[in-house]
Design a protein around this ligand. Structure first.
Ligand SMILES: Nc1ncnc2c1ncn2[C@@H]1O[C@H](COP(=O)(O)OP(=O)(O)OP(=O)(O)O)[C@@H](O)[C@H]1O
Ligand SMILES: [Mg+2]
Length: 361
């Protein structure tokens, strides 16, 4: 969908290039994240794709067409752009901001209104906000307006320059989830810029790691980059907790779960002791019919396990959660295991040993 072939940019009066011989391909429907330190040429690269900046050399094509062969305004109709630091028009209402491109394209008023209503809901805002001004929204809400504005004319390509840069980590996490959710519905080809490697790993189908001078150090899936960083720069950019980051990409369902030390409520003290010995623990889970009710200390069992009120497991994870979340749950639990269920049915448990096997692999 987008192809950069040995693209360079040297700004007038500069001796060193902002982007040097950059080549990579982006498939249709893919989210590619450009990540790298400040000044490494991320914004410049985005702006060359919609020709807000003209490349000094090399070629860029979008959907198979060399972008210099179409007039820039026509090119930009097919490319939504969320600029760095949001950039809403302060003296226009939210509705007017979102309608910017459709208005430029001369859409009928009714069609614009309908589209604005649609987008407001799509990005998680409320219709009542349409008549407000940007300063009357929170930072996270403004970011959503920026995304709605970029989507307005339904362009197949979306360029997003640090769209979630200005909000706190919690709002940011939510906006990231929303973007992934939105993408499942709209299937755009997205080039997303960030300097946050965690954001890149979370959002990218593929990640391009850039170094100062617009040099591409590695271009691969997050899993591939974490498994085998191309060089020292990438390794350092990924940080000390590279292994933990890998865990966050592995779903629990990839791992074989074990049943663990589980007894029926009818189990006697003797049964409980045998089960604890077998698993090398001092507690047992109590359950029946595929359900796990909770756990008890073995030494508290005098009659049968079912005589005691079982303590609930503090966290239960579904199998689509990551090993990273399982690890957090193990670390914070009394029993030292993560419990996996599908809301109702007990699926099994994960020990720290099992999780660390995946750290080393
Ligand atoms: N119009 C310009 N004229 C001259 N130099 C420029 C211009 N725009 C950008 N540069 C330079 O090009 C380099 C790349 O800038 P760019 O904005 O692409 O970086 P970035 O990776 O987006 O950084 P940040 O993470 O801080 O946004 C920088 O050294 C910058 O100073
Ligand atoms: Mg930038």
């Amino acid at each position: 969908m987008i192809r950069l072939d040995r693209v360079s940019k040297t700004f007038p009066g500069q001796t060193t290039p902002a982007v040097a011989e950059l080549s990579f391909d982006i498939d249709e429907g893919e989210i590619v994240v450009l990540v790298g330190p400040s000044g490494c040429g991320k914004t410049t690269t985005l702006k060359m794709i919609n020709r807000l900046v003209e490349a000094t050399s090399g070629t860029i094509s979008v959907a198979g067409t060399d972008i210099t062969s179409v007039p820039a305004p026509v090119l930009r109709q097919g490319i939504g752009y969320v600029i760095q630091r949001i950039g809403l028009f302060p003296h226009r209402t939210i509705a007017e901001n979102i309608a910017t491109v459709p208005a430029l394209l001369g859409w009928e008023k009714d069609r614009i209104n309908q589209r604005v209503d649609e987008l407001i809901v799509l990005v998680g805002l409320t219709p009542e906000m349409k008549t407000r001004y940007p300063a009357e929204l929170s930072g996270g809400q403004q970011q959503r307006v920026g995304v709605a504005r970029a989507l307005a004319a339904d362009p197949p390509v979306l360029l997003m320059d640090e769209p979630f840069g200005a909000v706190d980590p919690i709002v940011r996490g939510r906006l990231q989830e929303e973007l992934l959710d939105l993408q499942r519905r709209v299937h755009k080809t997205i080039v997303f810029v960030t300097h946050d490697i965690d954001e890149a790993i979370k959002l990218g189908d593929r990640v391009a790691i850039l170094n100062v001078g617009g040099i591409l150090e590695q271009y691969a899936s997050p899993a591939e980059i974490l498994r085998s960083p191309a060089n020292r720069f990438v390794e350092e950019f990924l940080g000390e907790d590279r292994s933990l980051k890998r865990l966050s990409l592995t779903p629990i369902s990839d791992v074989d779960l074990v049943a663990g030390p589980i007894v029926e409520p009818t189990a006697t003290r003797g049964d409980v002791e045998a089960t604890m010995k077998e698993h090398g623990v001092d507690w047992v889970g109590v359950g029946t019919d595929g359900r796990l009710h909770g756990w008890v200390w073995g030494e508290d069992v005098t009659g049968t396990a079912g005589d005691l009120e079982p303590r609930p497991f503090s966290v239960r994870l579904s199998a689509d959660r990551s090993l990273r979340e399982a690890l957090d749950s193990v670390v914070s639990s009394h029993t030292g295991v993560a419990i996996v269920d599908d809301g109702d049915r007990y699926l099994g448990m994960l020990s720290i040993e099992e999780i660390s096997r995946h750290l080393i692999e």
